[in-house]
Design a protein around this ligand. Sequence first.
Ligand SMILES: NC(=O)c1ncn([C@@H]2O[C@H](COP(=O)(O)O)[C@@H](O)[C@H]2O)c1NC=O
Length: 594
Amino acid sequence: MIRLSAAAPASIAAQPPYSNILYTLLNKKRIPIFCVRVHTTSLRFSYSPIRAMAHSHTVSVPTNQPQSSSSSQANKQALISLSDKKDLASLGIGLQELGYTIVSTGGTATSLENAGVSVTKVEQLTCFPEMLDGRVKTLHPNIHGGILARRDQKHHMDALSTFDLVVVNLYPFYDKVTSAGGIDFEDGIENIDIGGPAMIRAAAKNHKDVLVVVDSEDYPALLEFLKGNQDDQQFRRKLAWKAFQHVASYDSAVSEWLWKQTAGDKFPPSFTVPLELKSSLRYGENPHQKAAFYVDKSLAEVNAGGIATAIQHHGKEMSYNNYLDADAAWNCVSEFKNPTCVIVKHTNPCGVASRDDILEAYKLAVKADPVSAFGGIVAFNVEVDEALAKELREYRSPTDGETRMFYEIVVAPSYTEEGLEILRGKSKNLRILETKKNEKGKLSLRQVGGGWLAQDSDDLTPEDIQFKVVSEKKPQESELHDAEFAWLCVKHVKSNAIVIAKNNCMLGMGSGQPNRRESLRIAMKKAGDEVKGAALASDAFFPFAWKDAVEEACENGIGVIAEPGGSIRDGDAIDCCNKYGVALLLTSVRHFKH
Ligand SMILES: NC(=O)c1ncn([C@@H]2O[C@H](COP(=O)(O)O)[C@@H](O)[C@H]2O)c1NC=O
């Protein structure tokens, strides 16, 4: 072993990674390396005065580095560090053919070598082995200097071995913390990648000269780009944008997970929602509005079900309004335990029916408001089989008994093969969606000008609520059941909301009126004669009773009323119901939907 002097062979000193090592050793003394033995094919060095960390290492001279056929790629260097090694071999071979020197971390280097690609190990540049069980591998000036050096600054470039390409993907933190059975805290911490994001950010910052790739889908485009002799800053910028976005989403998952570990409030002082483009839409709510649909990639949304993750089996592409309506229909139908059909128009359920026989439920849901149901969204909480699909295809509108019902979308948790085939035959445009039941307990976010409102999703169902009888008339078992059914429906109707229901079927509803009395009148008109003895649910209390909504409902023969109560005139509502012999139930729960 000899002490290295400034007289080290110039031929070796000029070659990366030796230029780096020697630069470090001789000029800048950035790390405490003490001895280097120079062979024709290796440098042997030892470093660190700390006994526990003393090492002796041999660095091989990469004698078999293929030379580029294209002179523009000669002496180019790529840094590759990948947890997900998908398509690594083809990338490595492609880069090697282009004459790139490849520098890699442990597992990545092994995979590349197994694929017959020559690799320089990161340690050869850092003169330091991976330490702290992989917590520190690439966090070293020789790596980050090589990524961040500006080509137009001489003092940046002096004796630095630079990287032209950085390909990194990160520890699979997201997959680990969302895996079945979860992950314990210590494992979660160890799966937070530190060195990877540092390299990605450095390369993305210096994208003018350093290409950065975080997604294996981009390997083919990268190789094509490198094969061409033309630079394209737009390509580089797009990769840099993707790199920062990748790290931002990664960090948002880490921070979301960590916040949960603090047992902190449901509403953190700040948080980031990672969104991924699912599709660009033809237009927004109206044709002059451009639009796109994004899937929420938060940890809270993993396997949470819902319309964003639905599989579309058939039909025209989903539109902006289709998503809103399908969401409303699915949210509503998912809440029912018995086989149920919900038909939605403009986000309001206009038909809801539950029956053991889903065919019957479907027909009753249409019958509730056949005019509105036409062109609506039909949702089921049970599988769509051949018989149901035939009914959907053939059923004629009860308004004229002739026109076949037409729908924009059918949503269900599953379809039989036969059911799907029949629905596909109904229309080439009919969108057929399959999705999973929504999870409860999620945060609901909604945009207003300049901000977002966050709240718990409204998960309360009649089982969670006490229907307190406050009238002299006690409801019969069937009336109580009707009130509960109406209650579950009214929760999904836009305020002011009134629903009239009987025998597991919505008979009429009034939605979105600026006064409750108007909603009541609309609901009663739709229910017609069937209003007699039916249940009425109101999403919020009645501010007035006499000569107002309560009395009007009683006069028209409503059998039972369910409302939250809480008005200073609750006494009037009770007196009014007592006068007309109507049962009045107070729920103490309001279901505004704005
Ligand atoms: N700490 C470091 O210096 C470091 N440098 C690279 N990594 C990560 O290590 C992974 C690759 O490791 P390997 O090549 O040993 O399979 C990559 O996901 C990369 O992001 C690191 N690990 C995590 O922080």
